[in-house]
Design a protein around this ligand. Sequence first.
Ligand code: COA
Length: 265
Amino acid sequence: MIIVSEDFPIRVEQRGAVAIWTIDRADRANALSRPTLLAFGKLAREAAQNPSIHAVVVTGAGDKAFCAGADLKERQGMTENDVRVQVALYRTELGPLDRSPKPVVAAINGAALGGGLELALCCDLRVAAAHAQLGLPETSLGILPGAGGTQRLPRVVGEARAKEMILLARRLTADEALAWGLVNRVTPAGKGVVDDAVEWIRPIAEGAPIAQAAALEAIDRSFDTTLELGLELEKVSYDRTVVSEDRREALAAFAEKRKPVFKGR
Ligand code: COA
């Protein structure tokens, strides 16, 4: 079991096939300290190898903040070089989450600002509580979103809307974020965002892991390529599913009029 501490500030639990990772730093609005980034890297690398995890939900403790981005208190004591080293950590330690073969869902329980929204952008899907706010305020602080925000936000909402959010330091409400496609779903009133996210992704938890990983890889790589090459990549991903036991199980289940039981093989 992992004990939550300042050195490892992420609470880990498992509900069935879904791992839930909660940044447990409510007193700092769940900001991303160096140990928090290292913990994400460690968990994402381990989850990629763990067959009992089919999906991951990332959230923050409490209901005020999902994550307020960089830990500005930790940053106060840093030199310019320390800041550069810390920004590089976003890439090395959140990269494994972004590239995770298991679907990752952000359950945005409150404000997702700066690096907090960039963390959510590393996830494949985003579910927001109705009171959540989402924004990249960095340019109003004399910097720019340096944890992937300038690259991942336009891929999700398009160039014009990304420029509007970044240049105007504009915060969106959950409903605005839904309308812009920045979040996939807003949790209905009276429900907790984590419970809602876990319920919503049941088809993933019960689904075929090889097919999901292959689909994620094909979709993620589509942004960096031509259509022709992308279609080749899709074929390579498809071939991985053709040889799987899960594909044969789905066909057998269809013939026998029952639900398939997938084993990730
Ligand atoms: N780093 C470190 N500590 C942070 C923090 C951050 N990024 N953001 C908030 N905190 C701390 C606050 O200083 C406060 O601690 P204190 O009581 O010791 O002063 C505590 O977290 C709670 O924050 P508070 O502002 O009182 O809570 P709130 O619920 O009213 O508002 C936020 C929450 C996240 C909306 C607000 O704190 C905020 O806007 N933070 C700045 C986010 C930001 O600009 N991030 C971009 C960085 S590039």
